[in-house]
Design a protein around this ligand. Structure first.
Ligand code: ADE
Length: 268
């Protein structure tokens, strides 16, 4: 049970490359292996934290989020990683901070409406408003302050990172890497306002809803979820997304007071 009256931040990414640098930056780091994952506890820029790689997919993410809360006593969760763009002005290199998340591949119709999580009455889960605002502010500060130095000129050119923007809105998760233009267009039609697709966020959202833990999700856009989605994917994650995540989490920890984090979850 989570009995800690303090802030202990759980930070999840799916891939090792998406969390590069954070574990190295931890003070007093200690690694605990549980359920085939490494949970590293320590302090990040003054905030007690637990970093873990979920691996890919909704089950992997749900298990990791649950253990973070139930075994490692985290009070708040951030998820950082990459996503495919679903259009609506979102381009490669942009940052999407989720306001709301939906599991696009949940379909128990005709028993329940498509995307509704059976027996919850919900299809969409809201991220914590305060954590989401703090994460979006950290992302904006990163774009203005760190981006110039954080990414090499060659990679900026290769991925066309010239006018990086931070978006807030709907993110859809499913156990599918979307790499088909017709499919991403259909998802956009089915989910008006959809900004990005990925494979974990809405699962973490459901766990956090059920365990009453404030959470936020940040994604760097790595591809357009079309036939070219896998081209340069790992290069992008290593050269771009890893740096985004490191600097944005750093800014988040430095800019967000623990007192304000303790008020998270009370009004979202
Ligand atoms: N993560 C990054 N790109 C993705 C895509 N195209 N589909 C699902 N998850 C992703």
């Amino acid at each position: 049970m989570n009995t800690h009256p303090i802030v202990r931040l759980g930070i999840i990414s799916a891939l090792q490359e998406e969390q590069q640098g954070l574990v190295e930056a931890m003070q007093g780091a200690a690694t605990h292996i549980h359920g085939r994952r490494d949970y590293t506890t320590g302090t990040l820029w003054g905030i007690e934290a637990v970093c873990v790689l979920s691996r890919i997919g909704k089950v992997a993410a749900a298990m990791t989020a649950t253990l973070l809360v139930e075994k490692f006593g985290v009070s708040h969760i951030l998820f950082t990683g990459v996503a495919g763009s679903a259009g609506n002005g979102v381009t490669v290199g942009d940052i999407v901070v989720a306001d709301t998340l939906v599991q696009h591949d949940m379909d128990a119709s005709p028993l329940f409406p498509p995307c509704e999580i059976p027996l919850t009455g919900l299809s969409h889960f809201a991220a914590d408003a305060l954590l989401t605002t703090c994460l979006a502010q950290a992302a904006a500060a990163f774009v203005q302050g760190d981006l110039g130095d954080a990414i090499g000129d060659g990679d900026k050119q290769l991925f066309g990172l010239s006018a990086v923007r931070v978006h807030r809105g709907l993110v859809a998760s499913g156990d599918q890497f979307i790499h088909n233009a017709a499919r991403i267009n259909r998802l956009g039609d089915d989910h008006p306002g959809l900004l990005a697709v990925e494979m974990e966020g809405a699962a973490v959202a459901q766990v956090c809803f059920e365990l009453n833990v404030p959470f936020a999700v940040m994604r760097t856009i790595s591809d357009n979820a079309n036939e070219k989605a896998a081209t340069d994917f790992l290069h992008f994650v290593r050269a771009v997304a890893a740096n985004y995540a490191f600097y944005i989490i750093k800014r988040f920890c430095q800019q967000t007071s623990q007192a304000s984090m303790l008020s998270a979850g009370t009004k979202s």
